[in-house]
Design a binder for this molecule. Structure first.
Ligand code: GUE
Length: 290
């Protein structure tokens, strides 16, 4: 039986520290960190995630401004709101919840956000900065995953890390962070030949494919550390209701892995905690505080 990596508890501890920091920024520097959260359309999952982010902000004393736009909003209208938020000195972070409706080009929207307010770390200049080691805003899910890995393993140098999934929001930035930590990094994906064998070489296995229970127990090297980024809602026949599962077959994997993140309670809470972390950092940067 492997050790459970408690992402929820780690996220709570990180948020406690951030709450203290926010209180002293307000007290000593008259700085109130503030994030604008933009939701376009009526996707129920997106509304739930935005709600969770706004609640975390309130808990930490971070101001949040919610902008809920109609699902028929044009790209020009959204770009105009982003322009206003870029120019508002009281707003330090801007998050446009993804996905956006199909009439809107998400790359255009992401790249319209001022890189210093891009608390998701998705702007092309933040992506470039990460790739050359000049990290500015780092994407929240990979950052949170790295924090869990370092807490679990200490120095990651020389370890074989396999990232399954090559998305811009998780797979690629995760690989960049692991490479910065001197891991030997493999990015595997849907076209990878003999994926099970590639995974079996991993001391660190990060699953970010978006397919429920995709990674099998016998793909895991005994003792490996497994980070399950998947958030998949499936219908559970036995429970007769929907349930959240990861990209890893958890019940099988926990018999083999050295340590593993559960879903829920693993990477998900870290994503939101790192959004708070990035917002506090953005506010300090914009105020010229080291
Ligand atoms: N611009 C943008 N930035 C994002 O960071 C972003 C986004 N768009 N679009 C959607 C995804 C998804 N995402 C999650 C965050 C937290 C949990 C989370 O806290 N999950 C809980 C369970 C929540 C539940 O029960 O539904 C957990 O895993 O324990 C999940 C998913 C952020 N996203």
């Amino acid at each position: 039986m492997s050790k459970l990596i408690d992402g929820k508890a780690f996220a709570d501890r990180l948020c406690d520290k951030l709450a203290d920091e926010v209180a002293s920024l307000k007290q000593d520097k008259q700085l109130s960190p503030c994030i604008a959260v933009v939701l376009v359309g009526e996707d129920p999952a997106s509304a739930t995630y935005v709600g969770a982010k706004v609640r975390r902000c309130a808990q930490l004393g971070i101001d949040s401004r919610s902008h809920h736009l109609d699902d028929t909003t044009s790209e020009a209208e959204l770009l105009s709101l982003i322009d206003d938020l870029n120019n508002d000195p009281e707003v330090h972070g801007i998050l446009v919840q993804l996905p956006v409706p199909k009439q809107i080009n998400s790359d255009a929207v992401i790249n319209a956000i001022s890189p210093d307010k891009d608390v998701d770390g998705f702007h092309i200049s933040n992506v470039g900065a990460l790739s050359v080691g000049q990290n500015n805003m780092v994407p929240c899910t990979p950052l949170g995953s790295l924090m869990l890995l370092q807490d679990e393993l200490g120095d990651l140098s020389g370890k074989n890390a396999v990232v399954v999934g090559r998305s811009n929001i998780v797979g690629k930035p995760m690989a960049a962070l692991l490479l910065q930590q001197s891991c030997t990094v493999t990015i595997a994906h849907s076209r990878t030949q003999d994926l099970p064998e590639v995974c079996r070489g991993a001391d660190i296995l990060v699953a970010a494919v978006g397919i429920p229970h995709f990674i099998q127990g016998d793909w895991i090297k005994p003792g490996a550390t497994v980070i399950d980024v998947g958030i998949n809602r499936i219908y559970d026949e036995a429970l007769e209701k929907n349930r959240l599962v990861g990209d890893v077959d958890f019940d099988a994997a926990k018999e083999v892995a050295g340590a593993i993140t559960p879903v829920p309670g693993g990477v998900g809470p870290m994503t939101i905690a790192c959004l708070m972390y990035n917002t506090v950092r953005a506010a300090k940067n914009q105020a010229g505080i080291a």
